[in-house]
Design a protein. Structure first.
Length: 319
């Protein structure tokens, strides 16, 4: 098995890392899947990444059909609307790699395509947007972690993806504990991504505030309780998933970046999914429930819901 063609669905912060890494790879065709206005913009402007503009081919899902590797790197809220595009793009032997955050994108995608196409994966990249440009540090990026859900772990497609990534600058690692790795990243996102977004502070808040540490710890315990009920033992990958570059106390993770920019967040994928799974399993998730509603309220604030003026209808309240 050899990968000759790669298509990226979602050329944002995560997709940009893949485009950057594979653009110089010889003997492959690299494309971005897009339609309508977005396709025209990508054709005209390309993808600005770390100060350089890249021009991967822009294809519709129909034009990409049968691609060897389809990389799904969408925002969580866009996935449901892209399922038909994913189904249209795959062929009999297409491998689908979802680099989305969260723990259920593979399951959602498998409602439209046969699960045998999917190889489990995650990505750790501190990419952010500056105007139209996506910026990350290739040297400190942990990169893509992937593997088969069950044995044999050293499969043909694991080897084919390794051959694809070799020599590209993309950092990657194969694991035999991919589900645990995905959940470990999910735990990190919920515990470190969400609390700082509520108060609008850099990650130094977790070191400097006992209250922030208590919130983070409460969220962590709920994630671990749900994972344990699902048979996920994150201790199998604790050492590997904790390695990485240090970040300054001013760092603002993706949820806070979205709130700063007035965008809707991926809170449905984080605490929203935790609430749903907790309910299914009979596990209370009060920390995640509060976090979900407060971040939803911050989104409403960004949308202008609370921009009251003197002419707004009066409300009454009691002391």
């Amino acid at each position: 098995m050899k990968i000759h063609s790669v298509a990226v669905l979602g050329a944002g912060a995560v997709g940009s890392y893949v485009i950057w890494g594979l653009s110089e790879k010889k003997d492959i065709s690299l494309s971005v899947i897009a339609k309508g206005e977005r396709a025209e913009r990508l054709k005209a402007e390309g993808c600005l990444i770390n100060g350089k503009t890249y021009h991967p081919e822009v294809l519709t899902p129909e034009e990409a059909k049968g691609v060897d590797l389809l990389v799904v790197s969408l925002k969580y809220g866009a996935l449901a609307g892209a399922l038909d595009d994913i189904r249209e793009a795959i062929g009999e032997n297409t491998i689908v790699m979802s680099l989305m955050n969260g723990v259920d994108s593979e399951e959602i995608i498998s409602t439209k395509i046969d699960k045998s196409h999917i190889i489990y994966s995650l990505i750790k990249v501190a990419s952010h947007r500056e105007g139209k440009e996506y910026v990350f540090n290739p040297e400190t990026t942990i990169g893509i972690i992937y593997g088969e859900e069950t044995a044999p772990f050293e499969s043909e497609r694991v080897a084919a993806i390794r051959d694809l990534f070799d020599g590209t600058g993309l950092n990657y690692r194969v694991t035999e504990h991919i589900k645990e790795e995905i959940w470990s990243k999910y735990r990190l996102n919920i515990c470190n991504n969400l609390p700082q977004a509520i108060i609008g502070a850099g990650v130094g808040c977790y070191t400097d505030s006992e209250h922030m540490k208590a919130i983070s710890e409460g969220l962590r315990k709920e994630v671990e309780a749900v994972a344990l009920a699902k048979g996920i033992d994150m201790s199998r990958c604790a050492d590997n998933s904790s390695r990485g570059s240090t970040v300054p106390p001013t760092a603002r993770y993706s949820t806070l970046q979205d709130i700063d920019a007035g965008r809707h967040t991926e809170i449905d994928m984080f605490s929203g999914a935790m609430m749903r799974m907790g309910k299914e399993l009979g596990i209370d998730t009060p920390y995640n429930e509060y976090t979900y509603h407060i971040i939803k309220a911050l989104e409403e604030k960004n949308d202008g819901m609370f921009d009251y003026d003197e002419n707004s209808e009066a409300v009454t309240y009691s002391k």
